[in-house]
Design a protein around this ligand. Sequence first.
Ligand code: PLP
Length: 427
Amino acid sequence: TLTTIARDVQVFDLIGQELHRQESGIELIASENFTSKQVMEASGSVLTNKYAEGLPGKRYYGGCEVVDQIEQIAIDRVKELFGATWANVQPHSGAQANTAVFLACLNPGDKIMGFNLAHGGHLTHGSPVNISGKYFQPIFYGVEPDSGVIDWDKVEETALRERPKLLICGASAYSRDWDYIRLRAIADQIGALLMADISHPSGLIAKGLLNDPMEHCHIVTTTTHKTLRGPRGGLIMMKHDFENPFGIKTQKGNLRTMSSLLDSGVFPGTQGGPLEHIIAAKAIAFGEALSEDYYTYAVQVKKNAQAMAKAFLDKGYSIISGGTDNHLMLIDLRSKDLSGKLAENTLIKADITINKNMVPFDDKSPMVTSGMRVGTAAMTTRGLLENDMERIVDLMDEVLMNHDNDTKIATIKQEVNSWMAAYPLYS
Ligand code: PLP
């Protein structure tokens, strides 16, 4: 029986090691965060045992009375959080959410237009190694070489020339805000659908700290685990449902709504059974994000990013676009004669985690890169404030300027570990 199964010491020992790694280091990966204990508790709950293909009240399996209520809470809370009128909380990840949208809106070979991966965009917005670039015909817009900022006139020019069916905005490594009003005007000129993938800044958008895409974008997707601080997962939302422009009809001959096509895009289009344990964790995280405490958190994430950007600039580092509006920044290390790979590999020796990242117009390969991406979502959860950001940058600079001095780096690691001991995470 289940009660006689021996504990898997090997795996739990590694989980313990990972907890220690997370607690003792400085986490600056812009896409990561630390969830609350209750979010993790739900993720590891009995809901993992339940099959629930379909939607609340319309399932293909029996015994869904409880998970129906949980999924409905997740939907209701996220609608309130973002001011949406429709949401599907089932995508297993951000990539799955985007793929479901493509399946709902596009035919193979259709043209899509997204932000260049090499300039900070995401793989799922048309990269040739992703389904979005393999099954559809991708074209890209990027940032300007001088400013590091997107020029909306150029986006318009490209869109009018190429006439994509789907225009995608959103990024993984872009520190500036998006002009959704302008993008919608561009999409409307060519009859394209506009999708915003707000995976990175969604927590800040939810609290009104960045421009709001909901009113202007036909479809909004996001991950739930970055600034939003939920479990790993994705979701799709709309502020206004509409009749699909592709003429796809129901069996009764009515035009299907976009929401119905998107629901089908998730299941059965690209997924099987939803992860109800993760959906419960999403519901909890959305509840947390609705709170005043989370607003205070989101404000601090932005303040910390500003403080960190200033500290880097003061030390002579170069930030793409010169600063940040959100939770992250992309640092061009060429002015310091360092590569992203060297920075990542050296900083980790001091228990400071970042990721190497291509910078726009990079002359190095994706495995080397000229940049590093850093974000403040995780360390703000941990309780760090603006002056702490300055200290982090001091430590990072000391490590990087002494990248061949392991003794020095070992001392800095000790400082990092004892500093972080004062900010307990879960224990
Ligand atoms: N979209 C954007 C903009 C992202 O930054 C990411 C993750 O980095 C994703 C989608 C993919 O999310 P996931 O890793 O959950 O598939």
